[in-house]
Design a protein around this ligand. Structure first.
Ligand code: SAM
Ligand code: MG
Length: 935
C-alpha cells in the first residue's frame, strides 16, 4: 500500500513509460497445492488461485514470483525487468538542477550518431525525419522528442509535476534544454523542431539506407476521428494518407491545416481503437513566443480558454487546444514499419463513455444503453460484471490517479456463545408484524457479530498524493472481500454522481455520503456535452405505457436473464409530442424521411440482479411484472445523454446521426428468459438476527449439551457449518461424522476441521467425513447418539425425503435425530420483505409464495411436516416433538424453519454385523494425537 510522502513510480509504470504497448504481460494461474492442502483430503484440490506473470519486452522476457494477486505478479515481473535493465526506481529522486542537466544530456545523446540506429520509436522518428521533404529534411518535431522518450518525460516531471496534464510544458522544456546545446543542435521555436547542427556521417546514412524497408507505393490510409475545437461542431470521420512512406506527422499536420508535422503536438496514449490499440490526440502546438522560450512557460495569454478543445482535453486528461485528430498510429519497437489502426467516431464515443465509472461498467457488460453501475454490492455470486474494486482501479488509471489505497480493519469477533447469550435477551425477530423488519436491517449496519469482522476504507489520491476522495463505510462485513468491494462501490458511486449528474461537490452530503469525504479540490473538469442533437427540449424519459400496470411478481435479489433489443424508430407521422406538426409536414420533401426501425443494441442473454439498479430502470420495472417466456415492448423518447451512447454503439455513425436528427423513439423489446430466486441464505440473513442458519446450529447445540451425547453424525453436512460451530462449545462429543454427496462442500468442511481441530483443545477424538448418499445405509453410522439433518430433505425429491426418513430410523437408529426444513407457510413473510417497494397493495391478487431456493424440490407446510414426522416416528418406535427457529411457534404462520426431534424409545438396538455395509467413502479423517490419516 502506498505510504505518504514523495511519489515514486511503480515498477510497472516505469516499464510502461519505457516500452508502452511493447511490454506484454501474460498472467497465468498457478495452483500451489502445498498452500491449499488439507492433509489427508481425498478430493483433488484446486486450491486458492495464485498468479505468475510473464513479461515480454522487446529484447528479453522475465517471469515473476508466484503471487496471491494478479496485480502483484505483474509488479513483481516489472521489478525483475527493471533489475535486468539496470534501472532502479530511486533514479527519480533527482533535484531540479540535476533533472535539467539530465535533460540536456539526454537530448544531446538522442542526436548522437549512435542513437540514430536505436531500435525504438524515437529512433524510427529520427530516421524518418531524414526522409522528410524540402525544408523539413532532418528536422525532428519537438513534440516527438518530448513524447517518445521516457527519460525526458520523467525528468520533466521532476522539474514540474504539472507536465502530466500539459504536454506543452514538456515541449517548452525540451526547447529550453536544447537551446543550451548551440554547438550540436539547432533549436528553432518558430519551427518547433530540433535538428543536428552537423549532418550525420555519410557512412551511417548509407548503412541505414541499406537496411531500409522499401516504401510501398500502394496507397496507405488510416481512419481517424476529427474533433473540432468548437463544441457545437460534430466529431467526424477523417482519413490520413501516409502513402509512399510519407512522414505521418506531416500527413496529420495537413489534416489540421498546419504547415508541417513540426507544428503538431502529441498527447499521451489513452483509450482504444477498434482493434484495441492505444490512441493519441494530435493537435496544434500553441504558439511559442518567439525567442523567449523560457518566458513562454508562464505566458498563458496565447492559450486562452477559447481555443481549448474541451472534448479532446476531457478524453485524454491533458490540455488540448485547437482542432484535434484522434488516431492510433506510430512506430513500434524494433520495426521500421509504421503501424496503424482505424479510429472511428464510434471509437471516440466509446472512449468518452469509458471515462465514468458507470461507462466503464457499461462497456464491460457490453450493454452500453441498458447496463448501469449497480448501487449496491451484493454477494459475489449475484454480482454480474467486473467487481467494483476492478472498476475503481480502471477508473483511477484512466484519470491518472494513484491506485486506490485500501485499509482494512477488523472488529473484535465475538464468540458464538457470547452472541447466543446476547441474542436471547433480544426479541427473536419473528417478522410477525411487518413493522420491525426495518429496524432489523438497520441494526445490522453497525453491530459486529460473529464473523462480521471486516470494515474497509478506501482512499483515492492523485499521483502526487493529494486526497481526492476518502470513503469509510461504517458497515462491517463477514468477508474481507465484501468489505473491499463495498467500499470500492461507494467510491465509484460518488465519482459516478460527479460525472453523470454534475451536481456533486466536496461539501455536498446526503445521508449516504456521511462516510465519504472529499476535500473539494476539483481534480476533474466537468465533462463537456457530447450530445449532438441541439434541441434537447422535450427529451425526458416517459414511463412506458405499453406495459400495463401489474403487480410486480419478481422479487428484489432475484437474478433474471433477459433477451432484449433496442431500436431507433423514426415515424414520419409523429413528432415527439404525438401530433403531426405543420413544420414537419412542410419538411416532408426529404424523401429519405420514411418510417424506419433500426436496431442499435441487443443481447441474446444478459443477467442482472433485481433491485440493485444494474439495469435501465424502465427495463427493470417492466421485467419485475413479467413472467418467464413473456415478451414486452414499449417506446421511450431519447434523452440527450443517450445520444452519445447511441453513437458509441452504432456501427453506421452517419445513419445514426441522421436518425437522431429526426427525433426518434427508442423501441425497447424484452423477453424474460429466466429467474433465479434470491438466495435463501441472503434472504434469511437479511431477515433474522442472528441469521436463521446460526439459529438452527444453536438449536442443535442445545440438544447435544442436554443429551451428553458422545457420537454425532451430520447427514448432508455440506461445508460443515454445524460441525464447525459445535467445536466452539465444550461438549461431551468424542466422535463427529459428516456425510454429503457434494465434493465441494466436503472439501470445505475438511479444510475447516483441519484448522479447527488442530488448533483448539476439545474432547473430540475422531472426525470423519464421508462421501455418500444419506439414502444409503452405512453401518459405521449405526446407533449413534445424535443424528442431525439440517435443511437437507427439501433438496431431494419428496419420495426420497420419505425414503431417508424410513432408512434413518429403521437402519441407522440414532438415539436422537434432529431434522429441519423450511416452513412453506412462512415464505409469504420472507418474500414480502424482498418485494419491490412499488408493489401496490390494492387489487393485488394474493400471490402464491415461491420456494425459498431454486434448488428446493419441495417445501412443506407445518401440517405436512407434522404428518410425515408423526407417522414416521410411530412406525419405528420413536417419539417426536416439534419446534423451530425464526419467529415463534405460537404466532401464525409458525417458525421460519420447522424442526422435528425424534427420540428412540428402545434403549438397546440389535447389532449390525460390522463391516457388513460400508458404501460411504472416507474423504478425510482425523484422530487425536495422530492428526489426519491418509486414505
Ligand atoms: C442446504 S445444504 C445444508 C447443509 C448443512 N446441513 C447446513 O445446514 O449448512 C443441503 C446439503 O444436502 C446435501 N445433499 C442433498 N442430497 C443428499 C444426499 N442424497 N446425500 C447426502 N447429502 C445430500 C447437499 O449436497 C447439500 O450439501
Ligand atoms: Mg435448503
Amino acid at each position: 500500500m502506498a505510504g505518504g510522502g514523495k511519489h515514486t513510480l511503480t515498477p510497472k509504470a516505469i516499464i510502461h513509460q519505457k516500452f508502452g504497448a511493447n511490454a506484454i504481460y501474460t498472467v497465468e494461474e498457478v495452483h500451489d497445492s502445498s498452500q491449499s492442502a488439507c492433509p489427508g483430503l481425498a478430493i483433488p484440490q484446486k486450491g486458492p488461485s495464485l498468479f505468475r506473470c510473464h513479461l515480454q519486452l522487446p529484447d528479453f522476457s522475465v517471469v515473476s514470483n508466484v503471487c496471491k494477486k494478479k496485480k502483484d505478479s505483474e509488479q513483481s515481473a516489472a521489478e525483475l525487468a527493471l533489475d535486468k535493465l539496470g534501472i532502479r526506481p530511486q533514479n527519480d529522486d533527482l533535484t531540479e538542477d540535476e533533472a535539467w542537466d539530465d535533460l540536456v544530456g539526454r537530448i544531446k545523446y538522442i542526436f548522437s550518431d549512435e542513437f540514430l540506429s536505436a531500435e525504438n520509436p524515437l529512433g524510427a522518428h529520427l530516421r524518418a525525419a531524414l526522409r522528410r521533404n524540402g525544408d523539413c529534411c532532418g528536422s525532428v518535431p519537438v513534440s516527438v522528442v518530448a513524447t517518445f522518450d521516457a527519460k525526458i518525460n520523467s525528468r520533466c516531471k521532476i522539474i514540474n509535476p504539472s507536465v502530466e496534464s500539459d504536454p506543452f510544458l514538456v515541449i517548452s522544456y525540451v526547447m529550453k534544454a536544447a537551446s543550451k546545446l548551440p554547438d550540436f543542435i539547432v533549436a528553432s521555436p518558430d519551427k518547433a523542431s530540433l535538428r543536428r547542427k552537423n549532418p550525420y556521417p555519410s557512412e551511417i546514412i548509407e548503412a541505414l539506407a541499406a537496411t531500409q524497408v522499401s516504401d510501398s507505393l500502394d496507397s496507405r490510409k488510416f481512419n481517424a476521428a476529427y474533433i473540432p475545437c468548437k463544441g457545437e461542431e460534430i466529431v467526424d470521420l477523417d482519413s490520413v494518407d501516409v502513402s509512399s512512406g510519407r512522414y505521418y506527422l506531416d500527413s496529420i499536420a495537413e489534416r489540421l491545416c498546419l504547415k508541417d508535422g513540426n507544428q503538431v503536438m502529441i498527447s499521451r496514449t489513452f483509450g482504444k481503437a477498434l482493434c484495441g490499440s492505444e490512441c493519441r490526440l494530435y493537435s496544434p502546438i500553441p504558439k511559442f513566443k518567439s525567442s523567449e522560450v523560457s518566458e513562454s512557460l508562464s505566458e498563458e495569454s496565447t492559450r486562452t480558454e477559447k481555443s481549448r478543445n474541451a472534448r479532446a482535453s476531457y478524453i485524454c486528461g491533458q490540455e488540448i487546444h485547437g482542432d484535434a485528430v484522434l488516431a492510433s498510429v506510430g512506430y513500434r519497437w524494433k520495426s521500421e514499419d509504421l503501424d496503424y489502426d482505424d479510429v472511428t467516431v464510434k471509437s471516440f464515443y466509446r472512449i468518452c463513455c469509458g471515462m465514468s465509472p458507470n461507462g466503464i461498467y457499461k462497456i464491460s457488460r457490453q450493454a452500453l444503453l441498458v447496463a448501469q453501475l449497480p448501487v449496491s454490492f451484493t454477494t459475489k455470486s449475484n454480482w454480474r460484471g467486473p467487481f467494483p474494486r476492478e472498476i475503481l482501479s480502471m477508473f483511477c488509471h484512466q484519470h491518472r490517479l494513484a491506485d486506490p489505497v485500501f485499509t482494512i480493519s477488523t472488529a473484535p469477533v465475538k464468540s458464538l456463545a457470547e452472541i447466543y447469550r446476547s441474542h436471547r435477551k433480544l426479541k427473536v425477530s419473528g417478522g410477525s408484524d411487518g413493522g420491525d423488519d426495518e429496524n432489523l436491517s438497520k441494526e445490522k449496519e453497525d453491530t459486529p457479530g460473529l464473523g462480521n469482522g471486516f470494515r474497509c476504507e478506501v482512499k483515492v489520491l492523485t499521483k502526487s498524493q493529494d486526497l481526492v476522495l476518502e470513503c469509510s463505510p461504517r458497515k462491517f462485513y463477514e468477508k474481507e472481500n465484501d468489505a473491499v468491494q463495498n467500499a470500492s462501490l461507494k467510491a465509484l458511486l460518488w465519482f459516478s454522481k460527479y460525472f453523470d449528474d454534475l451536481d456533486v461537490n466536496g461539501s455536498d452530503t446526503d445521508d449516504d455520503e456521511e462516510d465519504t469525504k472529499s476535500p473539494g479540490t476539483h481534480v476533474f473538469r466537468f465533462p463537456p456535452n457530447f450530445g449532438n442533437v441541439e434541441d434537447s427540449s422535450g427529451t425526458e424519459k416517459v414511463v412506458p405505457s405499453v406495459v400495463e400496470k401489474r403487480v410486480p411478481t419478481i422479487t428484489n435479489g432475484s437474478v433474471v436473464s433477459i433477451c432484449y433489443s433496442l431500436s431507433l424508430e423514426v415515424d414520419p407521422e409523429f413528432s415527439t409530442d404525438g401530433e403531426v406538426s405543420e413544420e414537419d409536414m412542410e419538411s416532408e420533401v426529404d424523401a429519405d424521411y420514411e418510417h424506419s426501425v433500426d436496431l442499435i443494441e441487443s443481447h441474446e442473454e444478459i443477467e442482472f440482479e433485481m433491485g440493485t439498479k444494474a439495469m435501465d430502470s424502465l427495463i427493470e420495472s417492466a421485467v419485475s411484472q413479467m413472467t418467464v417466456g413473456e415478451f414486452a415492448s414499449y417506446n421511450t423518447s431519447l434523452c440527450t445523454a443517450s445520444e452519445a451512447l447511441i453513437l458509441a454503439v452504432a456501427t453506421d455513425t452517419a445513419r445514426a446521426r441522421y436518425l437522431l436528427s429526426k427525433r426518434p423513439q427508442i423501441v425497447n423489446s424484452i423477453i424474460l428468459l429466466g429467474v433465479k430466486g434470491p438466495s435463501e441464505e441472503r434472504m434469511e440473513a437479511a431477515f433474522f438476527k442472528p441469521p436463521l442458519s446460526k439459529q438452527r446450529v444453536e438449536y442443535a447445540v442445545k440438544h447435544i449439551k442436554d443429551s451428553s451425547a458422545s457420537t454425532l453424525a451430520d447427514f448432508g453436512c455440506g461445508s460443515g457449518s454445524l460441525l464447525d460451530s459445535l467445536l466452539d462449545y465444550p461438549t461431551t462429543l468424542q466422535t463427529i461424522i459428516g456425510v454429503d454427496i457434494s465434493p465441494k462442500g466436503l472439501a470445505r468442511a475438511a479444510k475447516m476441521l483441519h484448522v479447527k481441530l488442530n488448533k483448539e483443545a476439545c474432547n473430540v477424538n475422531t472426525a470423519t467425513l464421508y462421501d455418500g448418499s444419506i439414502l444409503e445405509f452405512d453401518s459405521r453410522l449405526f446407533d449413534i447418539d445424535i443424528g442431525t439433518c439440517l435443511e437437507v430433505i427439501e433438496h431431494m425429491e419428496e419420495e426420497q425425503a420419505c425414503e431417508f426418513g424410513e432408512k434413518v430410523l429403521s437402519l441407522f437408529r440414532p438415539k436422537l435425530l434432529i431434522v429441519s426444513t423450511p416452513n412453506f407457510e412462512y415464505n409469504t413473510i420472507l418474500q414480502r420483505s424482498t418485494t419491490p417497494d412499488t408493489q401496490e397493495e390494492t387489487n393485488s391478487e394474493p400471490q402464491l409464495p415461491k420456494f425459498r431456493n431454486h434448488d428446493h424440490k419441495f417445501e412443506w407446510t407445518r401440517e405436512q411436516f407434522n404428518h410425515w414426522a408423526t407417522k414416521l416416528a410411530e412406525r419405528h418406535n420413536y417419539s417426536v416433538e416439534f419446534s423451530g427457529v425464526g419467529g415463534s411457534g405460537e404466532v401464525e404462520p409458525g417458525f421460519a424453519s420447522q424442526i422435528a426431534v425424534f427420540k428412540r424409545e428402545a434403549s438397546a438396538v440389535e447389532n449390525v454385523a460390522e463391516g457388513s455395509m460400508q458404501p460411504y467413502k472416507v474423504i478425510w479423517e482425523w484422530k487425536k494425537g495422530s492428526g489426519e490419516k491418509k486414505d
